[in-house]
Design a protein around this ligand. Structure first.
Ligand code: NDP
Length: 379
């Protein structure tokens, strides 16, 4: 029993994502949030009209996430060169930063919940959807698009989480470089794949404005925690893992890994792009032919003619490619693909129910034309 307790204690102590909250990490977090908010306000970027809400109103989103990322990285570069910022600060304080961010999210979710409950607004974005079940309302949120000082919290929060993931990865890479003077092939692959994914996300940030989180999910603890704790700290587990485990992979394995990433990425990006273009122009040309449309509203060609959520398939393959560089010795680095797989299976069911209700017989017709949900020929 004693041996088991000692083992547990040592693995907990070794876990880079466990640690007590601290004031210094709160300063880092608040500083980071302030800078991302400021960059979002001052930097130029296209203003994109969001999806029409229940009351036919539309919110406008300033899509300057990529510009924010570039300026942030340039600023950090200057800070590092002048000795004001330590590139490894996050990698060395991952546990403290993670628990501090969690505590911050808890406080923020209560604030957002109370503000939402008190809202007198009748607009679709700010109307209060109180069910009376406090736990449910706090978890799922009571307002669709709450704002703070004019900032759309939901759009800002997901941006903060994706940028945070990128910055954690950079810090972890800096730490490995400091420890061993170079990046391992495994670390380089993970860093390259995840960097491409994040850069692509910001390159296509305007497509975010039509995703489920933005158009349908209310802003409660689930999104507050999910965007800023879960995304940056668990999506980066592979990087943390490679920091403390030496994994040697052959060039052939690396090439195969690259193929899986490219294949998954092509499906993921291609499918999301096709739907986005279709929403703008239903006569769009897809794979060389004018889009096949069902009931005048649903796209049934390209990836959307192969499976009803091919974009989820692509995302799952990409997630696996992030973990494969870590080898097969432990399930820990496979947390992200396992989570994403579960989430997307559940999400597809929820989206299916929503679309069934929204499109009714048109959706039934679409299901007949495209019977596969996510994995063609399997599911
Ligand atoms: P989708 O982008 O697939 O959006 C679903 C919506 O698209 C539906 O509600 C419907 O909305 C519309 N739609 C569905 N089928 C069709 C069709 N055939 N033709 C036209 N419109 C259609 O889902 P998500 O927002 O869930 O995901 C977006 C991306 O984000 C995905 O690639 C997903 O993998 C990724 N993602 C990643 C996560 C992560 O943690 N890494 C988490 C969640 C998502 P409407 O009412 O507008 O028609």
């Amino acid at each position: 029993m004693e041996e088991w307790t000692a083992k547990l204690r040592s693995s907990v102590e070794a876990c880079p994502l466990l640690g007590p909250p601290s004031i210094s990490m709160l300063e880092v977090l608040v500083g980071y949030l302030g800078v991302v908010a400021l960059l979002g306000v001052v930097l130029p970027g296209p203003s994109i009209a969001g999806a029409a809400l229940e009351d036919k109103s539309r919110l406008t989103y300033k899509c300057n996430g990529l510009a924010s990322l570039v300026v942030l990285i340039a600023g950090l570069g200057v800070g590092i060169r002048t000795g004001h910022i330590l590139p490894t600060v996050v990698a060395e304080n991952g546990g403290q930063l993670c628990s501090t961010t969690l505590a911050f999210c808890l406080v923020m979710s209560v604030f957002v919940y109370l503000k939402g409950c008190l809202s007198q607004s009748k607009t679709a974005s700010l109307r209060s959807h109180v069910t009376g079940n406090i736990l449910h309302d706090w978890w799922f949120g009571v307002q669709l698009n709450p704002d703070f000082l004019g900032l759309d919290l939901k759009f800002f929060w997901i941006r903060t989480g994706m940028l945070g993931w990128f910055l954690i990865n950079l810090s972890v890479a800096a730490k490995q470089f400091q420890n061993q003077g170079s990046l391992s092939l495994s670390m380089a692959l993970y860093q390259a794949f995840s960097a491409i994914y994040v850069l692509d996300y910001f390159w296509h940030e305007e497509a975010m404005t039509s995703t489920w989180d933005i158009i349908a999910e209310k802003f409660g603890f689930m999104l507050i925690f999910g965007d800023v704790v879960f995304i940056p700290f668990t999506f980066s587990i592979q990087g943390w893992w490679l920091l403390s485990h030496s994994v040697k992979i052959s060039k052939i394995a690396a090439a195969l890994n690259l193929c899986i990433f490219l294949f998954g990425f092509a499906i993921f990006r291609g499918a999301n792009k096709q739907k986005h273009k279709f929403k703008q122009d239903s006569k769009v040309v897809i794979w060389g032919q004018t889009a096949k449309v069902i009931g005048g509203r649903l796209l049934a060609s390209g990836y959307w003619g192969v499976a009803r959520h091919c974009n989820y398939l692509g995302d799952i393959l990409v997630a696996f490619s992030f973990s494969l560089p870590c080898g097969m010795s432990s399930p820990v680095p496979y947390f992200y693909p396992a989570y994403l797989f579960t989430l997307l299976i559940w999400r597809e069911r929820r989206d299916e129910a929503r679309c069934c209700e929204k499109y009714r017989e048109v959706w039934q017709e679409y299901c007949k034309a495209v019977p596969w949900r996510i994995f063609p020929g399997i599911y």
